[in-house]
Design a protein around this ligand. Structure first.
Ligand code: NAP
Length: 249
């Protein structure tokens, strides 16, 4: 069995760095045309597109804050006008603003909920509309083990990622009859800019909690996303799949 995504158009939110970057590369290597969305790291996004094209793939960058309804509207207008179709949507953009509940500001809560959860709603609504027309599509939402295993200081983050799981199931039930599958991926500790601070502070203790004995790498997550984006996963929908080296067992 081989994964062939040629002829497919994929949009990856927050594709410029970390896990999103690996997902963009994986989708492009499998033949998809990739739209690399980013908010502020233009240089990284442009570098990634060049890298994909040098390797014989197709990629284009598009700036847009996916927590902002107008910017999401503009992003999807771009997808519509440039590509006419959307086959794969990866709602990957995310942030953390960890702090204990008593010192959590409303702005910390809103920022995390808006970037991690509201964005998935805004993008899925417009993405599903494009997929509806062709009666086929894949939506892959980035959740986290934090949705099912709680850590101190993550009330906002855990709530946003738990929300993603419920959102995924509800959308999957609604869209399954239209040939659109919606699934969630739950990474454990993956080495990216997002986790650098935690790893430098508590890397050893964190590692001891992972049965596989190593941190995840962005490619570990990208492999599952590429599979879920492919026809091999046509009968999988509404699922929440951890990729965490056994952390959530
Ligand atoms: P990362 O290295 O910090 O990258 C985050 C990406 O999201 C960047 O490309 C960033 O783009 C983009 N982004 C942030 N806010 C955005 C916005 N408003 N609009 C558009 N793009 C935005 O993080 P990561 O570790 O790769 O995490 C990717 C996803 O996996 C997140 O949803 C995260 O919650 C989830 N996750 C990560 C881990 C982990 O251990 N790393 C574990 C579980 C879940 P700019 O640079 O342009 O701002």
């Amino acid at each position: 069995m081989q994964i062939d995504l040629s002829g497919k158009t994929a949009l990856v939110t927050g594709g410029s760095r970390g896990i999103g970057r690996a997902i963009c590369t994986g989708l492009a290597e499998s033949g998809a045309r990739v739209i690399v969305n980013f908010r502020s790291s233009a240089e990284e996004a442009e570098g990634l597109c060049r890298e994909i094209e040098l390797a014989g793939g197709e990629a284009v960058c598009r700036q847009g804050d996916v927590s902002d309804a107008d910017e999401v509207e503009a992003l999807f207008q771009f997808v519509e006008s440039e590509f006419e179709q959307l086959d794969i949507l990866v709602n990957n953009a995310g942030v953390i603003k960890d702090t204990l509940l008593l010192s959590m500001k409303l702005s910390d809560w809103d920022k995390v909920m808006d970037t991690n959860l509201r964005s998935a709603f805004l993008c899925s609504r417009l993405g599903a509309e494009m997929m509806f027309r062709r009666r086929s599509g894949k939506i892959i939402n980035m959740s986290s083990v934090s949705a099912i295993r709680s850590s101190r200081g993550q009330a906002n983050y855990a709530a946003s990622k738990g929300g993603i799981l419920s959102f995924t199931r509800a959308c999957a039930a609604e869209l399954a009859g239209r040939g659109i599958q919606v699934n969630a991926v739950l990474p454990g500790f993956v080495e990216t800019d997002m986790t650098r601070r935690v790893m430098s502070r508590a890397g050893k203790q964190t590692l001891e909690r992972i049965p596989s004995g190593r941190f995840g790498q962005p490619d570990d997550i990208a492999g599952l996303v590429v599979f879920l984006a492919s026809p091999l996963a046509d009968y999988i929908t509404g699922q929440a799949i951890p990729v965490d080296g056994g952390l959530s067992i």
